[in-house]
Design a protein around this ligand. Structure first.
Ligand code: HEC
Length: 147
């Protein structure tokens, strides 16, 4: 019995452990999810990808090569001009923190989700590194806007 509950606890922990602790300061998630820096080039590929990020289903952005872009959400160049890295990270990790009814998926959240197929339970949509890559790409856009 004791072993069974220890096993149960361990399996819960193994689901929770990969998701880093997330502290919000105001509306920012200042701390990076990884120790290695995000890569803007990889971030761009994730945002533009129709398989991984799917951001352009709803957003548009500075992607001249992408013919079909969304018009349900803010243009990403404008968003990155007004939001800091921490604010961007917080919104990509879990936009429902800011609007419970948002249509945007939480890209780095495993708890309190609805109707998750069992094979995806406990998994995030993007990995911690992919989140950091996307944040790096958007911050980079921001610097280009500021120039
Ligand atoms: C299903 C639609 C949808 C998808 C897919 C989506 N978003 Fe969003 N996103 C929204 C909407 C709508 C908003 C406006 C605020 C809200 O409703 O949460 C938003 C808001 C944001 C914001 C804040 C914008 C601002 O100006 O305040 C950022 C940053 C953002 N999204 C980035 C992304 C990134 C990066 C991806 C892909 C990894 C993505 N979104 C995928 C719909 C989406």
């Amino acid at each position: 019995m004791r072993y069974a509950s220890a096993f149960f606890l361990l399996s819960i922990l193994s689901l929770i452990a990969p998701v880093q602790a997330q502290v919000l300061v105001g509306d920012s998630q200042v701390e990076s999810l990884t120790t290695s820096a995000g890569d803007p080039g990889r971030g761009r590929a994730i945002v533009a990808s129709r398989q991984i990020g799917l951001c352009l289903l709803c957003h548009s952005g500075p992607f001249p090569e992408q013919r079909f872009q969304g018009n349900l959400a803010p243009e990403l160049g404008e968003s990155s001009a007004k939001l800091s890295a921490g604010q961007l990270r917080a919104r990509i990790v879990d936009p429902s923190r800011f609007d419970r009814d948002t249509i945007m998926p939480a890209y780095y959240k495993t708890g309190n989700l609805n109707r998750v197929a069992s094979k995806f339970a406990g998994q995030t949509i993007l990995s911690a590194q992919e989140i950091e890559d996307v944040v790096a790409f958007l911050v980079n856009l921001n610097q280009k806007n500021v120039q």
